[in-house]
Write a protein that binds this ligand. Structure first.
Ligand code: ADP
Length: 394
């Protein structure tokens, strides 16, 4: 079964064509900078590796470009759009409605649209991708996979905020959680590696966005991002946890308007705000050279993660494994070492040599005799979407 995975963002569309159940990636790529004359189309398969700059002004035009290259006689992967059995769409916000993989109907589209105020930067584009794919792949089943779905198991004790309940009941102000597809994928890998269905796991996704999830018996029971993807860990340019009274101070004393505050906390804070660098590799290089701000920022970042590990170990009343995943989690031995140092009270003990091994597969990096496993597990959100779509249609 050919499953096309589409992740439509504000100015980009990423795609992967995956053959199931063999899990073979036939081709992948993306259209970036949609809306400009310098849009970039990338396309990679066994046969070719293409990067083209061209004018792609709309999402529809972007997806049409993807269809054209998929059908291309020399480098393409399919002969006819009918070969695509299903299109799996990443949708960021499923609100309270969606707990799992969902066949897209008119009602589902209405709900995705209704949830747009909760994810204004994502849901409208995700919906647009669905509408265009319905036209271009009219024979295919259209399926939505929601980032929030994995977290629908979080109980009220963790998902409610301590504000009057009417805001929860009437306005849906609660923790929804994000990165669900990634946390589900890596935690399932960990459970099967540990061979323990009732495992207590903390999954730590460290990319541009960062989050930690407490997972018991494969179910999310708490998570560090909240109502929006803003809370919790220190991210590339987002502050994570912050005393909300700072917002009032910025507005009332420093004359910020709310858009400025939002920009400050989501685009100009986090590691970027602390160091001037967004990419952790640059920060690590600077820290090595003795840049004090960069050294402190790395330590702050690790300290915040440690606190979540402690909190979630308490919440789960135990711990079997922690997982590091995504760009930073999979690659930064420096941050992993900082996070795992002085954690022996919890029996989290890193093996320095194993931590330094570079690999693309699941690996254990704790010392042999520690009860708590420290796992590095490469995430694969596209594959997880394909697996869920395939399961839904099988
Ligand atoms: P996204 O959230 O956009 O999917 P990724 O999961 O690709 O992000 O992670 C991007 C981050 O991974 C970047 O901040 C980059 O600094 C970091 N990263 C990638 N490779 C390395 C590396 N070898 N060492 C440290 N950090 C890395």
């Amino acid at each position: 079964m050919h499953i096309l995975i589409i992740n439509a963002g504000s100015s980009s569309i990423k795609f992967q064509l995956i053959l199931m159940p063999s899990e073979k990636v036939i081709c992948s790529g993306m259209v970036e900078r949609i809306g400009s004359n310098n849009s970039v189309l990338t396309y990679k398969s066994d046969k070719t590796n293409i990067k083209e700059t061209k004018s792609i002004l709309t999402h529809k035009n972007g997806l049409q470009n993807i269809v054209d290259i998929l059908l291309d006689k020399t480098v393409g992967a399919i002969k006819n759009t009918n070969q695509i059995a299903a299109v799996g769409h990443r949708v960021v916000h499923g609100g309270k409605y969606f707990v799992g993989t969902t066949l897209i109907t008119n009602e589902v589209k209405e709900k995705i649209n209704e949830l747009a105020p909760l994810a204004p930067l994502h849901n409208p584009h995700n919906l647009e991708g669905i509408l265009i794919a319905e036209e271009l792949f009219s024979e295919a089943k259209q399926i939505a996979i929601f980032d929030t779905a994995f977290h629908r198991t979080i109980p009220e004790i963790a998902s409610k905020y301590a504000i009057p309940s009417t805001f929860y009941d009437k306005h849906g102000l609660q923790l929804y959680g994000f990165h669900g597809t990634s946390h589900k994928y890596v935690s399932e890998k960990a459970i099967s590696y540990l061979n323990k269905d009732d495992s207590k796991i903390i999954s730590i996704h460290l990319g541009n966005g960062c989050s930690a999830t407490a997972i018991v018996e494969g179910k999310s029971i708490d998570h560090s991002l909240g109502f929006a993807p803003a809370n919790g860990l220190i991210m590339g340019s987002r502050s994570g946890d912050i005393d909300h009274s700072i917002i009032f101070y910025l507005v009332n004393k420093l004359g910020y308007n709310l858009d400025d505050v939002n920009k400050l906390l989501t685009k100009e804070s986090g590691m970027l705000g602390l160091t001037g660098y967004n990419d952790l590799r640059d920060i690590q290089l600077e820290a090595e050279k003795g840049n004090i701000e960069c050294i402190l920022a790395l330590e702050m970042n690790a300290y915040r993660i440690k606190k979540y590990i402690g909190a979630y170990t308490a919440a789960m009343n135990g711990l079997d494994a922690i997982i590091f995943t995504a760009g930073i989690g999979e690659n930064s031995q420096v941050l992993r070492k900082l996070v795992c140092s002085d954690m022996d009270y919890l029996d989290i003990r890193l093996d320095d040599k194993k931590n330094k091994i570079i690999s693309n597969s699941l690996r254990e990096i704790n010392v042999n005799d520690s009860k708590i496993k420290i796992l590095v597990i490469p995430t694969n959100e596209e594959l997880e979407i394909a697996i869920q779509v395939f399961e839904k249609l099988s």
